[in-house]
Design a protein around this ligand. Structure first.
Ligand code: HEM
Length: 499
């Protein structure tokens, strides 16, 4: 056994104190602490950090060194004080073969000129408030379809329960994809399946990722070749999305109403104009598109589903939110984005949902680019760094009654998720912070508003609110394990059902 607070044994780092953490065994490191716990990583890591009183904790997952930050102070030291040192992403062995082909998007790009370029284009051009605003018509159209689909179920003789998570996901995914390529993706289901497969492989927990130097592990897991196969499939789908985009443009040019520039159009234009520090290749464009598709849709869909789940579990909050929307809208036929600024309570509901259910509970892993001292401990170069935002959002030192869903806690407007209040960082912070906050907020708020405005909701089968199953499942994001089925009752009839 190695003891906690053990000094490192790696060359120049020798004699420097590593953060505390659980005991480690030869070869497997700390992995035995995770086996048989039956708990998802963010919960298991949170339990370990608490047991070892380790705001900054050191683990070895197989051969991989990992440091986990579990308090706002630790997160601040990493993502603010030492932001540049932690602004890279690790290329775990499963993704390395793909990245080595040059197929680098934004999410996994190493810190450097290419990342800076892609980041700048994304923040300034693709996901800016102005651009997000230009997709308003798409969002309103998709949410009116959502309302229409729910209304159909509500009008069935026995009041059919609807799979609200799935319907809301369809609305956010279609809205995202339309903003990207101008129309709904013909191969949406196939694409979602591919993303799901890819994200299982890049979770970093394959044998090959944990024991990168073992040829046997690499052979057994076959992860690299599976990853390449998924990557080829994803690229084939992106080619298809690009051709679909071209066809759509031809149709639009032929007289059909046009929504304004979509994201792919902007990217192709920027790449053609040139004058960039690093040329934007078609490969980069496909990767970036893939990142935005996948980063943009599942995260928002999962958040919406958690919001509805918490509202069902907390009838007081549900009634207050519904009364708030109906009061403000005063019988208007439907909610438009003009109404959203008048619905502050809804924004608080979204915030509280993200506090209790940050869909990326450990953010996206960072990599330490140069050895650093954090909270008096040594973090060696090359260490993978995770920030447990799930644990931070439930820390009783910072949150009163942390397990209670209480949107009012944000009422004074002092705490926001923009990356400066380290007790609440569901979108991360610093240079690698999520660039899609405005895009996500827009999609989530309008969908939630229409669901609460038009309908009341019941749990089918006589389930009591407090008994609603909230079990999590880890996919690309932490989502509900079981789909959320609810029975809708129309309160404000939708004025016109689209299709
Ligand atoms: C509720 C919705 C969302 C949540 C909770 C979320 C959360 C996150 C988090 C935690 C990170 C990592 C931040 C870090 O390392 O500090 C991230 C990165 C990223 N997100 Fe989001 N996100 C959401 C929606 C979106 C949307 C709508 C888009 C785009 C349309 C998007 C695009 C990205 C991209 C491209 C990155 C990588 C940025 C980089 O590495 O430089 N996200 N997101």
């Amino acid at each position: 056994y190695k003891n906690k607070n053990q000094r490192t044994s790696h060359g120049a780092s020798a004699n420097k104190k590593l953060p505390p953490g659980p005991s480690r065994l030869p070869i497997i490191g700390s992995l035995h602490h995770f086996i048989g716990t039956g708990t998802l990583a963010h919960r298991a890591i949170s339990n370990l950090a608490r047991r070892h009183a380790a705001p900054l904790m050191y683990l070895e997952l197989g051969e991989v060194r990992v440091v986990v930050a579990s308090t706002p102070d630790a997160a601040r030291e990493i993502m603010k004080t030492n932001d540049i040192a932690f602004a890279s992403r690790p290329w775990i062995p499963s993704v390395r073969p793909i990245m080595s082909t040059g197929a680098v998007g934004l999410v996994f790009a190493r810190y450097g000129v290419l990342w800076r370029q892609l980041r700048k284009v994304s923040v300034m051009e693709l996901l800016s408030a102005r651009r997000v605003q230009s997709f308003r018509g798409i969002r309103e159209d998709e949410t009116s379809r959502l309302v229409a689909a729910v209304a159909v179920a509500a009008s069935s003789p026995h009041g059919e329960p609807v799979n609200i998570g799935r319907l809301a996901a369809t609305a956010t995914i279609d809205s995202t994809v339309r903003s990207m390529i101008g129309s709904r993706f013909e191969r949406r289901e196939e694409f979602l399946q591919t993303i799901k497969e890819a994200t299982m492989l890049i979770s970093g927990f394959t044998l090959h990722d944990l024991f990168p130097s073992s040829r046997l592990a690499s052979l057994f897991s076959g992860a690299a070749s599976k990853m390449l196969a998924v990557h080829h499939k994803a690229f084939e789908l992106m080619d298809c999305a690009i051709s679909q985009h071209r066809e759509h443009q031809t149709v639009s040019a032929g007289g059909a109403a046009k929504d304004g520039e979509d994201i792919l159009e902007v990217l192709l234009k920027i790449s053609k104009e040139g004058g960039l520090d690093v040329p934007l290749t078609i490969e980069n464009i496909k990767c970036l598109l893939l990142d935005l598709f996948s980063g943009g849709s599942e995260t928002s869909a999962a958040t919406l589903q958690w919001a509805m789940s918490e509202l069902m579990r907390n009838p007081r909050v549900m009634q207050k939110a519904q009364a708030h929307v109906r009061d403000k809208l005063q019988g208007k036929p439907t909610v438009t984005e003009d109404d959203l600024p008048d619905l502050p309570y809804l924004k608080l509901v979204v915030k509280e949902t993200l506090r209790l259910h940050p869909v990326l509970p450990l953010l996206i892993p960072r990599e330490c680019m140069e050895e650093c001292e954090i909270m008096g401990y040594h973090v060696p170069k090359g260490t993978m760094v995770l920030v447990n935002v799930w644990a931070i959002g439930r820390d009783p030192k910072y949150w009163e009654e942390p397990d209670v869903f209480k949107p009012e806690r944000f009422e004074d407007g002092k705490i926001d998720f923009k990356g400066t209040d380290f007790e609440f960082i569901p979108f991360g912070a610093g240079r690698r912070m999520c660039p899609g906050i405005t895009f996500a907020q827009a999609n989530i708020e309008i969908a939630l508003a229409v669901l609460l405005y038009h309908f009341d909701w019941d749990l089918p089968g006589g389930v009591k609110p407090s008994d609603l199953d909230m079990t999590e499942e880890m996919g690309m994001t932490v989502r509900r394990k079981k789909d959320l089925y609810l029975r809708p009752i129309v309160r404000v009839p939708p004025h016109s059902a689209t299709e």
